[in-house]
Design a protein around this ligand. Sequence first.
Ligand SMILES: Nc1ncnc2c1ncn2[C@@H]1O[C@H](COP(=O)(O)OP(=O)(O)OP(=O)(O)O)[C@@H](O)[C@H]1O
Ligand SMILES: [Mg+2]
Length: 339
Amino acid sequence: MIELKHIQKVFHTPKGDIHACQDVNLTIQNGEIFGVIGYSGAGKSTLVRIINQLEKQTSGEVFIDGEDISLYNAKDLRKKRTEMGMIFQHFNLLWSRTVQKNIELPLEIAGVEKSKRVQKAKELIELVGLQGRENAYPSELSGGQKQRVGIARALANDPSILLCDEATSALDPDTTEQILDLLKDINQKLGITIVMITHQMEVVQKICHRIAVMSEGKVVETGRVKDIFEHPHHHITKRFVRDISSKIDDDKQNENLKQIYPDGILLRLTFDEDISRQPIVSRVIKETKLDLSIVSGNLTNTIDSSFGVLIVNVIGGTQQDYEDVIQKFKDYQVIVEVI
Ligand SMILES: Nc1ncnc2c1ncn2[C@@H]1O[C@H](COP(=O)(O)OP(=O)(O)OP(=O)(O)O)[C@@H](O)[C@H]1O
Ligand SMILES: [Mg+2]
């Protein structure tokens, strides 16, 4: 478990003090994929470097499995860092070394003998899907392949924690998907705790269990991805959610919809994770004699759930019929709003 307690980080610069982290408190459970999302300059990289103590906090404590590692001496800290792999946006590979030799590097530093190094690198090359490219140099690889090398190298010492700082930000959408699938796979197969630093909401949506939203050095919101998506509180979070989900909920758009669909009623239905895969709409329609057309829909799938919003137009009934329809949806645990 990673526990950050009252983390403050102040950089003293000629232009004045920069408060990169301000009273950050976070608990990340073992085996969790935890996202830290925020815009540029929010303090994400500083925070992740404090987790492995590449950066020393100005004040506060960093507990890993119950031990305050900020109190460690240099030797103990070096050892602890081998339990925390890290991957980067620009891969940070050695250009003069082959794939195989890049992956072996942390093992060389740890003094592992050659035959064991070679064996371990071979296993990791298979794990990340780079068979056949062992002897290629980084310049001969695509971005996605380079990041696979980065991931394999980060796993060489069998870490229990993998820190990822914008690991997919230099990749195109398809390659991002593949790298995220690989990280999810590694999390499930090896049980490694993953901390994902990102400014991309689609990254946290795809693989994170929980997230923290950072702004100006502070954690402004934390929670399960689904809850954050459904009920963002802080305006920064709302911006991230709005960017991705194109939710149709602003008043102006609602007015437009009412002009396009003047008859009957317009309902905004929010489906929860447990019910969204059931045929609720068709059941409600069968149970009433009304007509229903789908105006717009948006279903989102996160790692452990799916939920969504559907806007429907119900016509052909009396006020009482419409109230019955609303009640039926509610009986199926759907959240109903009349637009
Ligand atoms: N070594 C440093 N010296 C001085 N200021 C720094 C240093 N490192 C970071 N900062 C400042 O601290 C703040 C947070 O920086 P940080 O790199 O943690 O942000 P970030 O959220 O990772 O941003 P990005 O998304 O652009 O990577 C910024 O204002 C940055 O300029
Ligand atoms: Mg950064």
